[in-house]
Design a protein around this ligand. Structure first.
Ligand SMILES: Nc1nc2c(c(=O)[nH]1)N[C@H]1C(S)=C(S)[C@@H](COP(=O)(O)O)O[C@H]1N2
Ligand SMILES: [Mo]
Length: 406
């Protein structure tokens, strides 16, 4: 059963009418001749027929090297983002780092400061884990109401990879463990990148020690240059910015360094003029990726509704979908067992009767937190803030079948 309907009942009428199931299959040119030789592409490429499935830029940035590109969520399947489609956010371009010359330093309040080569790091115990990464600026376009943009441009600062690397705790052990000094206790850790932005963030040790990894691989191969090659910090569930790319330095300190990226940027100004600082976890969120703006429903009848849900505080417990503007909700089916701080694919079905409709999804995470409405989020946070927009997203389906962000 799908969406309460037997599969045969919903699929058969289309299939018979449209594709002439009773005709014998024709023998096409590609079946009559051997295909292209192997090793045309020693590194495989997607089918040229999928050439529209690419990252896109949402806007031009005013500073040289500052740029972002967004993941084509509507065209992806499952939960893993292919490496070539992982969204990018660079504050000062993509550095061209020679891995043989790259070094990672651990210093500050540790017993024995250490310098690691990439070779050293590859010899340490490693592990692989699937986690999402989301820029805290993701979906900022919707704070003031529906932007009209497609899901790639509203929610595409989002990816999910299997990351491989070394636990932060293993590196600390290699540095002889934590060491207080002159009354300074090691409570925070500063991470610094080797790019021209020298991106630096301070992170509370007690919240990252059990989960942070220093990673050198994504989805089975070494990191892509744009995602931090040869080394990046991965803090599952934390806002994208804290996942420092091109990582070269970790310093154990007793208090946050109050860097640019945690004062002037990546703080959240509230309506009353106060600001939230060190807002690390990405709150639970979901979005319908198909159908989504730009798609068109061509006939009345059955349509699958699929999307993605995630939470920076744990796993997804439930996703509900509404096709009547939020008046009634039905639980969606989740793929497998939702992973900790990983994208979760949800599915449901819907028979569209040709009337205008509004479709929405709402996520609940393993802490019991429920994704808020836009009204509730704005009431709590005001409209000054750019970051951490996680409200329920609605798409409008018009009578002609076109889907809009309106
Ligand atoms: N060194 C460095 N690390 C960085 C950045 C950067 O510009 N320089 N951008 C940050 C931001 S804002 C985000 S959202 C993520 C993006 O990671 P990705 O480009 O691999 O998707 O990296 C973070 N780490
Ligand atoms: Mo970001």
């Amino acid at each position: 059963m799908l969406g309460g309907l037997a599969l045969s009942a919903v699929v058969a009428p289309h299939a018979n009418a449209a594709s002439g199931l009773l005709q014998p299959l024709s023998v096409e040119p590609w079946t009559r001749m051997p295909g292209a030789p192997i090793l045309d592409h020693p590194y495989g490429l997607p089918s040229p027929r999928e050439s529209v499935v690419v990252r896109r830029a949402a806007r031009a940035w005013p500073v040289p090297g500052a740029a972002s590109s967004l993941t084509p969520l509507a065209d992806l399947h499952g939960a893993i983002t292919p490496n070539g489609l992982v969204y990018e956010r660079h504050h000062a371009g993509v550095p061209d780092i020679d891995p043989d010359q790259h070094r990672l330093v651990i210093h500050g309040l540790v017993r024995e400061p250490k310098l690691f080569t990439m070779e050293d790091l590859l010899r340490l115990p490693s592990e692989s884990r699937v986690h999402f990464l989301e820029c805290s600026g993701n979906t900022a376009s919707e704070w003031k109401g529906p932007s009209g943009l497609p899901v790639q441009l509203t929610h595409g600062l989002l990816s999910c990879c299997e990351w491989t690397g070394v636990r932060l705790s293993t590196l600390l052990e290699a540095a002889g463990g934590l060491a207080a000094n002159n009354g300074h206790a090691p409570r925070w850790i500063l991470a610094e990148g080797a790019d021209a932005a020298a991106m630096t963030r301070s992170l509370p040790l007690d919240r990252v020690l059990d989960r942070a990894l220093v990673v050198y691989a994504q989805n089975g191969e070494r990191l892509r240059p744009e995602n931090g090659y040869p080394l990046r910090l991965l803090v599952p569930g934390f806002e994208g910015n804290t996942n420092v790319k091109w990582l070269r330095r970790l310093k154990l300190v007793d208090a946050p360094l109050e860097t640019r990226e945690e004062t002037s940027k990546y703080t959240n100004l509230l309506a009353d003029g106060r600001a939230r600082q060190f807002v690390f976890e990405m709150d639970a969120k979901s979005v319908i990726t198909r159908p989504s703006p730009g798609h068109k429903l061509t006939t009345h009848g059955y349509y699958p509704i699929v999307g993605l849900a995630w939470s920076g505080r744990g796993a997804i417990r439930q996703v509900e979908v509404s096709v009547d503007g939020g008046r009634s909700w039905q639980p969606a089916r989740l793929d497998g067992t939702p992973g900790d701080r990983a994208l979760t694919r949800f599915h449901t079905g819907w028979v569209w009767n040709g009337e205008p409709a509004t479709i929405l999804s709402r996520a609940t995470d393993s802490t019991g937190y429920i994704q808020p409405t836009r009204e509730a989020l704005v009431a709590a946070r005001g409209l000054n803030s750019n970051y951490h927009y996680n409200a329920i997203q609605q798409w409008r389906v018009d009578a002609d079948g076109s889907v809009k962000n309106a």
